[in-house]
Each structure stands twice: as structure tokens, then as C-alpha cells.
Design a binder for this molecule. Structure first.
Ligand code: ATP
Length: 310
């Protein structure tokens, strides 16, 4: 049995360019891996089967659309395994459809877990290519740390970071569909008269102040540099998130933003103690379902050394 831990992500910058002819947007996406994560266990089995546990388990599809199952089949096909056998169990802590790339995380974890279970020893570069085939956010879940994603977000460059940052995530009731949030972003741009195409919207790039804050390990500077071009679209589709962001700021967060396409809200705290107090205050505020204190950056999908038996 192989157990893999995999982090969720928050985008500390999510710069969204214009809509391309292929339906995607050019992104300047600074991914940050946090300790709040899922655990995917791979055990020998017949065919590819799946179970899931955790508070959001009922929202996770257990058929072939699950990214963990798709990852197992893709890895098997890459190696020409005609009849792959694995039972995957997802212990789900990452909010589902929450803007924290939980499905992508499970896809990355399944690649690592099946690679070890089946003794394939796939080079990391090849795993990254397979991850990019599965989805734009999957390669980062393999890499972890902090990275700039360009293109659809899948062309990654690891970024230097000093120290640990402390975060709180406020989990909303229900999810938001990522494609729907991108469509709303385009609609709001059209409505504002700026146009939404890739000739109207400048190609985004990583903000120098953000990169400096990460490199020097300065939480106040990072808080001041947090940006998310999808935030107004997420707020337009889910206006109640404004109250969540305000509650976190009132309770002492030094920075606040919607995580990715939302509806999870992310708050930066000045230290671990402040993060615990902030999570307690947010959970009691009535503006979210629950709140978790966590930290990062942490590594990408990795085998849990003491939980692995042959
Ligand atoms: P992102 O931040 O990458 O846009 P997200 O965090 O908002 O994604 P996910 O939790 O990845 O959203 O789930 C989006 C949808 O993907 C779910 O509603 C579900 O139908 C499907 N899905 C497929 N595989 C998984 C998985 N392993 N865990 C959760 N959802 C999955």
C-alpha cells in the first residue's frame, strides 16, 4: 500500500489575460502550496476503483471522471499496461469545487501513488507532462512550493521563497464552477467596455513586489501584493463572499482574497498564533461554513514514508 500526501493551493497572484481563440485565457498564476491537503492511498486491486472519505465526500464523483482515476489510467496507458489494477482511496480535506485545486491535487497524488505501486519509476519530467494532460493545475500539485504558472497555468517556474507564511481558509457552503467564474470575468469585462479578447486585455505578468515579498519572507509585503483577477467575478456570482472577506479583515487578517475561482476565501496572518485566533473568529462569524488555519509553502505530492508497505 502506498500513501501520498498532496497539498492544496492558493493563488497569491492570479492575473487573467484575454480570452484566446482556443477558449483558454493566458494566465500569470503564482501558485502557493499549503499544508491543508488530501491523502491518496493506492492498494492492489482489480481494475481502477475508488472510494472517498471526509466531510465533502458526497460531492466527489467516484466514476471515471474523477481526476485520480483518470490519472491512474493515463499513467497505465503511457506505460502500455493493458489491465491496470489499483484501488484508490481519497481522504479528502480540500474543499470540493472551492478554488483550491482539490481534484487536481488528487490527480497528481494518484500519479505518484500508482507509479510507486506498479514499480514504474517514471521520470519526474514525464510525470509533469502527464499531469499537464490531466489539467492546468495538476503539474503544480506535483511540484509544490511556490511557482509561477504561465500559459493556461501549466508552464511552471519554481520561485524562491524565504520562511513560512501562515494562512486561514474560510470554506463556503457549496462550490463555484471554475469555467462559470471565467465566463463571468469575460462578461464583466465586456460590460465595463474594456473588451475581453486577447487583443483587448494585456498579457499578465508576475508582479515584482509580490516576488520580492516571497523571496524576503515578508508577510506584510505579501499581504499588500495579493491580487486575484477572478475575485470580482466570484463576488458577482456569490455576493455573500464580501461579508466573509470583511469578517476576516475585521478579525485581524493582514491580507484577504478569494482563493482562485472561489468560493473559499484565503487570509494571511502575521504568525501561527494569529492564524489560529483568526480561524476561530471566522468560524464563529456566521460568514462561512468552517475555517482552517494552515501554513506553507510545503512540497508537492509525496509518498508518506512510514505508511508504505509492499
Ligand atoms: P480549481 O481550483 O482547480 O479550479 P476547484 O478546487 O475549484 O478547482 P475541485 O475540487 O477540483 O474544484 O472540483 C471541481 C469538480 O471536479 C468537482 O465538482 C467534481 O465534480 C470534479 N472532480 C473530479 N475529480 C475530483 C476529485 N478527486 N476531487 C474533487 N472533485 C473532483
Amino acid at each position: 500500500m502506498i500513501k501520498v500526501r498532496v497539498p492544496a493551493k492558493v493563488n497569491v497572484q492570479l492575473g487573467v489575460g484575454g480570452l484566446r481563440a482556443d477558449g483558454f485565457h493566458d494566465l500569470a498564476n503564482v501558485f502557493f502550496a499549503v499544508a491543508l491537503g488530501d491523502e491518496v492511498t493506492a492498494a492492489p486491486g482489480e481494475g481502477v476503483t475508488l472510494t472517498c472519505s471526509g466531510p465533502d465526500a458526497a460531492q466527489v464523483p467516484l466514476d471515471d471522471t474523477n481526476l485520480a482515476a483518470r490519472a491512474a489510467r493515463l499513467l497505465a496507458a503511457h506505460h502500455g499496461l493493458a489491465d491496470p489494477g489499483v484501488h484508490l482511496h481519497i481522504a479528502k480535506a480540500i474543499p470540493v469545487a472551492g478554488g483550491m485545486a482539490g481534484g487536481s491535487a488528487d490527480g497528481a497524488a494518484a500519479l505518484v501513488a500508482c507509479d510507486a505501486l506498479w514499480g514504474l519509476d517514471t521520470p519526474f519530467e514525464n510525470l509533469l507532462d502527464l499531469a499537464a494532460e490531466l489539467g492546468s493545475d495538476v503539474p503544480f500539485a506535483l511540484l509544490g512550493g511556490v511557482a509561477l504558472g504561465r500559459g493556461r497555468g501549466e508552464i511552471l517556474e519554481a520561485l524562491p521563497v524565504t520562511g513560512t507564511f501562515h494562512w486561514v481558509f474560510a470554506v463556503a457552503d457549496g462550490g463555484l464552477s471554475t469555467p462559470a467564474v471565467f465566463r463571468e470575468c469575460d462578461r464583466l469585462r465586456e460590460e465595463a467596455g474594456t473588451g475581453s479578447g486577447d487583443t483587448d486585455v494585456p498579457t499578465p505578468d508576475a508582479a515584482p513586489a509580490l516576488l520580492a515579498a516571497l523571496a524576503t519572507g515578508d508577510p506584510a509585503a505579501l499581504a499588500a501584493a495579493l491580487t486575484n483577477d477572478l475575485q470580482s467575478a466570484a463576488l458577482s456570482l456569490r455576493p455573500s463572499l464580501a461579508a466573509t472577506l470583511a469578517a476576516g479583515t475585521e478579525a485581524g487578517a493582514i491580507g484577504a482574497l478569494v482563493s482562485g475561482s472561489g468560493p473559499t476565501c484565503a487570509f494571511l496572518a502575521k504568525d501561527a498564533e494569529a492564524a489560529e485566533a483568526l480561524a476561530t473568529a471566522l468560524a464563529a462569524s456566521g460568514t462561512c461554513r468552517t475555517a482552517h488555519a494552515t501554513y506553507g509553502p510545503v512540497p508537492g505530492a509525496a509518498i508518506h514514508p512510514r505508511a508504505t508497505e509492499s
